[in-house]
Design a protein around this ligand. Structure first.
Ligand SMILES: NC(=O)c1ccc[n+]([C@@H]2O[C@H](COP(=O)([O-])OP(=O)(O)OC[C@H]3O[C@@H](n4cnc5c(N)ncnc54)[C@H](OP(=O)(O)O)[C@@H]3O)[C@@H](O)[C@H]2O)c1
Length: 101
């Protein structure tokens, strides 16, 4: 839902304000990564997936711990690791998957 490229072709008719704010976050991540190129500060973001929170509700398939797995992965990269990318939730895809944004 945070991918500008996906908006014309996916089936979510919902949450336009949320989607636009997440598209903006993707732009901010990209600008920061560009500014920090050639440093050892890595900037990436990710979609946590649908999680059981106040916002996500009880029907969500993932716990917050599962939603946070990708955050932990992205917070512990090696030097020279991924920079300026948008990742899917690892729980759903079984590993790190870069998404178009
Ligand atoms: N849950 C999902 O399925 C899901 C899926 C994709 C993306 N996300 C994204 O993940 C993020 C967290 O979502 P969530 O599901 O954890 O939502 P949540 O359960 O509604 O929690 C939102 C948190 O944001 C805090 N907050 C709200 N307005 C704030 C403000 N003006 N200043 C400071 N803190 C503020 C709230 O603080 P208080 O507790 O003090 O009110 C609360 O801790 C959001 O950006 C959401 O869009 C969630």
């Amino acid at each position: 839902m945070a991918s500008l490229q996906q908006i014309p072709q996916d089936f979510y008719p919902i949450a336009p304000s949320s989607r636009m704010s997440k598209v903006g976050l993707n732009a901010m991540k990209t600008l920061l990564a560009k500014e920090l190129k050639n440093t050892n500060i890595l900037v990436n973001n990710y979609s946590p997936g649908w999680m059981k929170t106040d916002m996500g509700g009880e029907d969500a398939p993932y716990t917050t711990e599962e939603g946070a797995e990708t955050a932990v992965y992205l917070a512990t990269p090696p030097d020279g690791g991924s920079q300026g990318r948008f990742f899917a939730e690892m729980r759903k895809f079984g590993g790190a998957v870069v998404l178009p944004w």
